[in-house]
Design a protein around this ligand. Structure first.
Ligand code: CU
Length: 291
C-alpha cells in the first residue's frame, strides 16, 4: 500500500479499508453464501418492544445489520464494493429511514440516495465523502433513543509519547470487563487528537489464546480467530454509536487505525518490526466477557 494519504479522514478510511479486506477474507474462509455476516435472525417475540411500530422495530433490527456497513464500503477485494453490494446497503438504509425520524432518518435517506447515485453513475469517489461516512454512522444513535438497547459508554484516550522516538499510549476508558447478553448500544467518545474507531470482534469459541495472543496475530490469522460484528469511528471530540446483539462469549474491542510517524500532511504510518504500529498495539484494545 503505497498511496497513503495524509488527512486524518483518509487515514481512518485506510484503517476501515484494511478492516474491510480482513472482513472479506473472513467471509471467504467462513461461510459459503452471500448472506450478510451480521444478519442475526432475532427471535421475534423475545425482543419486540410493544411500544414500537412495526417499521420502528424493523429499523431497530436493521441497525444491527448496519453495524458493519462502513466495512462493507471496502467491498470484498481490490475492486471495491460491487453494484450488488451497494444496492443491498442502499436498501438497508432505505429501510432504516422508514422507521427512524429526525436527524437519524435524514442521514439514512442521504445514504440510500448517495449509494443509488454511485450505482447509477459509477462515481465511486462519492464513497469517500466524509458526509457519507457521517450519515452512515448517524442512524446508530437510534439504538438508544428509539430501540432502548442497553447503553455502554466509553472513551478513546491518548497519552502522547514521552519522547519523539517513543510510541504514544492509547486506551479505551470506561469499557467494562463483563456485560450481560443483550442488544447493546455502544457509544464511543473521542477524547484524543486523532480519529479512533471501535471494531467489536467476537472471539471464536475455538480460539483459546488470550487477548494479547490474539493481538499478536497477523491480520489474516486474527480474522480466523475473531469476527467483526460491529464497527464505528469518531473524529476528535465527537461521539459515535454502534449496536450489537451481544451473545455469550468473549469479545475484543480494538482500534485498527495506524499510529502515525510525526504529524502533518506528510506523516506516514509508523512501522514496527512486523508492519505498521496500530492503535491496538499501543493499548487501544479491551476484552469483554459476555454472559
Ligand atoms: Cu484509535
Amino acid at each position: 500500500m503505497t498511496d497513503i494519504k495524509p488527512a486524518a479522514l483518509s487515514r481512518a478510511l485506510l484503517a476501515l479499508t484494511t478492516a474491510a479486506v480482513l472482513s472479506a477474507g473472513l467471509t471467504a474462509c467462513g461461510s459459503s453464501d452471500d448472506e450478510p455476516v451480521t444478519a442475526d435472525p432475532a427471535p421475534p417475540s423475545a425482543t419486540v418492544e410493544p411500544s414500537l411500530t412495526a417499521a420502528q422495530q424493523a429499523a431497530c433490527d436493521g441497525l444491527l445489520e448496519a453495524a458493519t456497513a462502513l466495512l462493507d464500503l471496502g467491498g470484498s477485494g481490490d475492486e471495491g464494493p460491487s453494484d450488488e453490494q451497494l444496492t443491498q446497503l442502499g436498501d438497508l438504509f432505505e429501510g432504516l429511514a422508514s422507521g427512524l425520524s429526525g436527524d437519524e432518518q435524514t442521514a439514512a435517506t442521504a445514504v440510500a440516495t448517495t449509494l443509488d447515485e454511485v450505482v447509477e453513475t459509477g462515481n465511486t469517489k462519492l464513497l469517500e465523502d466524509e458526509s457519507l461516512l457521517g450519515s452512515m454512522l448517524a442512524p446508530a444513535a437510534a439504538g438508544r433513543t428509539l430501540c432502548d438497547y442497553a447503553p455502554v459508554d466509553f472513551m478513546a484516550h491518548e497519552t502522547p509519547a514521552a519522547s519523539a522516538d517513543g510510541d504514544p499510549e492509547m486506551a479505551y476508558m470506561g469499557l467494562p470487563d463483563a456485560l450481560p447478553a443483550a442488544r447493546t448500544s455502544f457509544g464511543l467518545t473521542n477524547e484524543g487528537q486523532d480519529f479512533h474507531e471501535a471494531l467489536i470482534m467476537k472471539v471464536s469459541d475455538s480460539y483459546t489464546g488470550t487477548m494479547d495472543d490474539l493481538l499478536q496475530l497477523d491480520d489474516e490469522a486474527m480474522m480466523q480467530a475473531a469476527e467483526i460484528v460491529a464497527a464505528t469511528m469518531t473524529a476528535p471530540g465527537a461521539t459515535a454509536f454502534t449496536n450489537v446483539d451481544l451473545t455469550a462469549g468473549r469479545y475484543v474491542v480494538l482500534c485498527h487505525i495506524p499510529v502515525m510517524d510525526g504529524a502533518g500532511p506528510d506523516a506516514q504510518p509508523k512501522m514496527g518490526a512486523s508492519g505498521p504500529v496500530w492503535h491496538y498495539t499501543v493499548g487501544m484494545a479491551h476484552e469483554v466477557t459476555v454472559s
